[in-house]
Design a protein around this ligand. Sequence first.
Ligand SMILES: *[C@@H]1O[C@H](CO)[C@@H](O)[C@H](O)[C@H]1NC(C)=O
Ligand SMILES: *[C@@H]1O[C@H](CO)[C@@H](O)[C@H](O)[C@H]1NC(C)=O
Ligand SMILES: *[C@@H]1O[C@H](CO)[C@@H](O)[C@H](O)[C@H]1NC(C)=O
Length: 251
Amino acid sequence: MKFTLIALIAFVCLIACSSAVDPCVTDPTVATCKNYTYDATADITTLCTNNNGSAVMCSIVNTCLAAKLSTGVCAPFSVLADGCTGDFKSADACTNYNSLCGANSVVDQCKTQAAIPSLPSTDTVNKEIVSICTEMPKMKDCVTCPYNTSVSGTPMDCDAFKAYSALCIDMPMMSQCSSFSNYCKEGQPIPASSIATTYCPAAAGTTTTAGTTTTAGTTTDTTGTTTTGSASSLTASFALFLLSGLVLIMQ
Ligand SMILES: *[C@@H]1O[C@H](CO)[C@@H](O)[C@H](O)[C@H]1NC(C)=O
Ligand SMILES: *[C@@H]1O[C@H](CO)[C@@H](O)[C@H](O)[C@H]1NC(C)=O
Ligand SMILES: *[C@@H]1O[C@H](CO)[C@@H](O)[C@H](O)[C@H]1NC(C)=O
């Protein structure tokens, strides 16, 4: 009886689990996948639950949520790209992204909602905060992050990307602010976006001439046309959950 059920579960999984992922995720080189769009929200939730904005990508998520923005650098797929080409490269929640935007992918979304190219890693941001605040502990944003009690290598329990940006907005010439100078450079996605003032000097966003640059940050949001990949994977998970319960009852 037990074996019959296990076989049944394996069979259901064979159907449900394989149909959970869209064929374009599995093989993004097929020409018809050009217009496929992936719903990144579930993966973002997985990556950012429990870190309370301490990772660079999750800082952006929180800033975009607070500003109620979901286009440009705030488009969910672009935010997922930030994490999956950076800090979270090898996380399970990046498996679909890595496959979808892998070598020879024809999926437009990988280019039109690409990662912010100049984004620093969470590790870099943390190290620079420790360095700046050890040197100048009186700077006002040094109270934001527990820089003097953090164990080196562990993410600090604070919105470090925001804190680092605030420190560098105050003292842009500090040597620790070279990453800041990169991502706030004119023509980069962040200064051209609606969340510019959280991470870059106020003037940076207003000095760009409209229409002269085409960056990932200026592309339109297409999440409205997203297919139901994550919904069907939820259905599959739920079916498996029900079957597991059945096995327990029948034992
Ligand atoms: C993708 O969408 C564009 C514009 O909607 C359309 O012209 C094109 O035929 C589509 N391509 C594929 C491969 O579906
Ligand atoms: C860390 O810095 C804060 C604020 O500057 C200070 O009050 C605290 O005593 C420091 N803690 C340690 C362990 O140095
Ligand atoms: C999340 O961060 C905020 C400030 O950045 C802090 O006030 C709050 O306690 C944190 N929440 C958790 C669950 O750590």
